[in-house]
Design a protein around this ligand. Structure first.
Ligand code: NCD
Length: 361
């Protein structure tokens, strides 16, 4: 077992659902009276290390900290940092975390935030690790549901688009399946389907889900439709991306088949999957959702900095020094010094960084 000395947010499921709800309720309070919180992080420094492009996540974290009275350091282009000289993830994150009180990190490899947390000197927040997870987007989505639907229970939620590579939908399924009466409808092509490990988590929690390749057929039953972008950067070739990129497009005509109180979310950026004639529909919530992201990150930063030293388990399984993770994009392949940890699952081993499964040996 390897523990961290800090209150990290790597995966929402490392925390309790009460903890998430406290963050969401606090964020809702901030929405109503942001001025009350203007000084709560006075003198604190947040580092944002973005190894991958971002607009909303990065800027909403930065403005969140500035609105709380704190300050920010960081990079949004590793090419202008020592990463370009070949510095490894451990050294960069170890040093930056010794300068800051809290560190937010986005990285193209699955498991990178957990890898950084093994040696960091302050709490780490995962702002997206490859195709794996995006816990702060899920907190944003929960706040949107809480404010716009008034509940996080008894909802039929359609997830549409690239469910294979989209980290936002993976985090959402893992978290929302903890609430009563949540039903998911996975709307995707076979190639872009939800990974089996997420479906297994839902089954273990008795959370209902169904699959429907047709957005038009599914839309009428939904309380919330979550559209996602086909994740171009995760495809092996341009041809494969082009063949799938326009598989699902929400336009006004399709939206007319939805319930009058079905809200439409999208983590953004959108490419072509929602036409602009949808933007002015009162059910289109994606711009509001992006603003909620700032408030939820204010609540999250405050919550972690109030209690930054809650020790948490990071690696709970066993080391298998000679076993390689089957996912070529797992951080353990890029950063060879990382201890290889797997959880045993019958005759399978599950990588503790990226959750990829392989046959044990
Ligand atoms: C998402 C992401 O980075 O995973 N964007 C975001 O954080 N708002 C979704 C995406 O890039 O498609």
């Amino acid at each position: 077992m390897v523990n961290s000395r800090f209150t990290n947010l790597i995966d929402l499921n490392d925390m309790s659902s009460e903890w998430w709800l406290n963050v969401v309720k606090r964020a809702s309070d901030i929405c109503d009276d942001p001025a009350k919180y203007a000084k709560v992080c006075d003198g604190k420094i947040m580092a944002t290390l973005f190894y991958e492009p971002s607009t909303r996540t990065q800027m909403s974290f930065q403005t969140a900290m500035l609105r709380l009275g704190g300050t920010i350091i960081g990079f949004d282009n590793p090419a202008t940092s020592s990463v370009a000289k070949g510095e490894n993830l451990k050294d960069t994150t170890k040093i930056v975390s010794s300068y800051a009180d809290i560190m937010v990190m986005r990285h193209p490899s699955e498991g990178a935030a957990k890898a950084a947390a093994l040696t960091a000197d302050c709490p780490i927040i995962n702002a997206g690790d490859g195709s794996h997870l995006h816990p702060t987007q899920t907190l944003t989505d929960m706040l949107t549901l809480y404010r716009e639907k008034g509940r996080l229970e008894n909802l039929t939620i359609g997830l549409c688009g690239d469910l294979k590579n989209g980290r936002t939908v993976h985090s959402m399924c893992k978290a929302l399946s903890s609430f009563k009466g949540i039903k998911f409808v996975f709307i995707s092509t076979k190639e872009l389907g939800m990974p089996q490990y997420i479906k297994d988590i839902l089954m273990a929690k008795n959370c209902q889900f169904s699959e429907d390749p047709s957005l038009e057929d599914a839309i009428g039953n939904l309380d919330m439709l979550y559209m996602t972008r086909v994740q171009k950067e995760r495809f092996a070739s341009e041809e494969e991306y082009l063949a799938l990129k326009d598989a699902y497009i929400l336009d006004k005509r399709k939206l007319n088949k939805a319930k009058s109180d079905c809200i439409v979310l999208h983590p953004l950026p959108r490419v072509d999957e929602i036409t602009m004639d949808v933007d002015d529909d009162p059910r289109a919530m994606f711009f509001k959702q992006a603003k909620y992201g700032m408030y939820v990150r204010m609540a999250l930063i405050m919550t972690i900095l109030e209690n930054p030293n809650e020790s948490r388990p990071l690696l709970t399984g066993s080391t298998y020094p000679s076993v390689a993770c089957g996912n070529p994009n797992c951080i353990t392949h890029k950063e060879g010094y990382l201890p290889k940890y797997f959880r045993g699952l019958g005759d399978m081993l599950e990588c503790e960084y990226c959750d990829e499964r392989r046959l044990g040996n």
